[in-house]
Design a protein around this ligand. Structure first.
Ligand code: ADP
Length: 491
């Protein structure tokens, strides 16, 4: 059993030397200067003729121009999806639908390296995350749902599963291609057609997916991908030809969408913000827990709705955990997302960096103590040092509001009841983590925590077969697994 070991010497790792750069090659990446809208199986110019830049947040350089869809373009895309639904997609045998989805999955695997590099260039996440987590999961989602396409009656025995029709899907910038996969794969498997809008700061991998879909021979109009800002998303939500809205993003926009669809026949699933509690009990394997905490909040710059942004440590191991966290933070490598050694990449946009910096100031103004690693930051681009706040009150805004950055608040507790009360005391309920050597504690906490996912002695583990979604202001509906199929069917 791992117990407090206060004689562990302070790590001197990385002092006076550093890793040589190990950049992933981008020479195989094929990108155009300008991307149009993918509607009805073709790339078409936007009605307004307007384009906007998508930049690399690690160096602030333009990567490409992307079309801005207005309501006329949204209308074209929805009509193309409706025609495809009526004329082809709902008529072809389910096993044929499955074949197309399998083909897309295989093509994603074949182009995995290119997609990973583009994801890191456009979004700022470290290549080891996009290469080892995002893109394999993208392919896995398509494989998983391809398998269900002709087995829906087994998934829902004694029911007659029917598609909903045309799905409007709006996704954020933190997992650009993975969110596209979460939305498109189950929708197609269930026989729906799709209009997808990626986030304005990370449109490129969705447009690459459009190229893959075009090459795959999927019938025209079954998947349409349109780029633009919030107004484009709003035009999609409000279009009368949409049967279902699937949204992942901020709680504020989720509330706008919920109001917009009230009183219509549109079905909705919302996956919104989070403020996950990660809880370390005194009997936990401390080193493993510290690594899990670091993974849960820093490895993706905290750009994860389920990021473990609030740490609760049982009082008796608090000093040990805090010291080990600080030591580990000193070893984290912050910098070029395309470098294979990088742990913490770039913040997605200047606006997001400004938001994070506002919270760093706010936390100090509220009386909390801030600790940051001593690493330097690159001169250009949007970066933030991994940060810890201690001396945090339960009511502090940094402990209540979603920061969406590499910022961890730490609080202590003595009993199970106290930590359950504290962990549940936010408007959110997306995920949580428990670190302990006692199965009984795991059962006690998982049944009492109001969170969609509770990880035990691990964190941020995803699998296409497992449903994911939130309680309270984290949204409703589930994606992944059988639940994810149900969200795209009339039963
Ligand atoms: P985040 O804070 O993660 O950027 P947002 O909710 O602002 O989350 O954005 C998520 C997605 O929602 C993006 O694709 C964005 O363009 C889109 N969006 C923003 N505002 C609206 C809106 N009013 N209606 C529909 N979609 C919107």
């Amino acid at each position: 059993m791992s117990k407090s070991n206060k004689t562990v010497p302070k790590l001197k790792f990385n002092e006076g030397w550093s890793y040589a750069p190990a950049p992933e090659s981008a020479s195989h990446v094929k990108l155009q200067d300008r991307y149009d809208l993918f509607i009805g199986g073709k790339f078409v110019k936007p009605t307004s003729g307007k384009y906007f830049d998508t930049i690399n947040p690690a160096n602030e350089e333009k990567i490409a121009q992307v079309a801005e869809a207005n309501s006329a373009d949204v209308d074209k895309a929805v009509k193309a999806a409706r025609t495809a639904y009526d004329k082809t997609w709902k008529k072809i045998p389910a096993k044929e639908r499955g074949k197309y989805i399998y083909r897309i999955a295989r093509m994603i695997q074949e182009r995995a390296r290119e997609l990973a590099v583009i994801e890191s260039m456009d979004g700022g996440k470290p290549i080891k995350e996009s290469r080892d987590v995002d893109i394999p999961l993208v392919a896995n989602h398509f494989f998983y749902y391809a398998g269900w396409a002709d087995k829906l009656q087994y998934a829902f025995p004694n029911k007659i599963p029917r598609p909903l029709g045309v799905a409007g899907q709006i996704i954020p910038w933190n997992f650009p291609l993975l969110m596209a996969a979460w939305k498109i794969a189950p929708a197609l498997a269930c026989g729906n057609t799709v209009v997808l809008k990626p986030a304005e700061t990370t449109p490129l991998t969705a447009l690459k997916l459009a190229e893959i879909i075009q090459e795959s021979g999927l019938p025209d109009g079954v998947v349409n991908i349109i780029t633009g800002f919030g107004e484009t998303g709003a035009a999609l939500v409000n279009h009368p030809g949409i049967d279902k809205i699937a949204f992942t993003g901020s709680t504020d926009v989720g509330k706008i969408i919920q109001k917009a669809v009230a009183g219509t026949n549109k079905k909705v699933t919302l996956e919104l913000g989070g403020k996950a509690a990660n809880i370390i009990f005194d009997g936990a394997p401390i080193d493993q827990a510290v690594e899990g905490i670091i993974n849960g909040i820093y490895f993706n710059q905290g750009h994860v709705c389920c990021a473990g942004s609030r740490l609760f440590v049982q009082e008796s191991v608090y000093e040990e955990v805090l010291q080990k966290l600080k030591d580990r933070i000193e070893t984290l490598i912050v910098g070029d997302p395309l470098d294979k050694n990088t742990d913490v990449g770039a913040i997605n946009s200047r606006a997001q960096l400004d938001t994070i910096n506002k919270y760093l100031q706010l936390g100090q103004d509220e009386g909390s103590e801030m600790f940051q690693g001593s690493c330097g930051l690159p001169g250009k681009g949007f970066f933030c040092k991994p940060t810890i706040f201690t001396n945090v009150a339960q009511s502090s805004r940094i402990a209540q509001e979603e920061i969406f950055g590499p910022v961890l608040t730490i609080q202590t507790f003595r009993t199970d009841d106290e930590v359950i009360e504290k962990a549940n005391n936010t408007p959110y309920g997306l995920s949580a983590g428990v670190w302990t050597d006692k199965g009984s504690k795991i059962f006690n906490l998982t049944t009492k925590m109001r969170a969609g996912v509770v990880w035990a002695n691990t964190y941020n583990k995803f699998d296409p077969t497992a449903p994911f979604g939130g309680y309270k202001e984290s949204g409703y509906g589930r994606e992944g697994g059988l639940h994810g199929l149900g969200a795209y069917l009339k039963l």
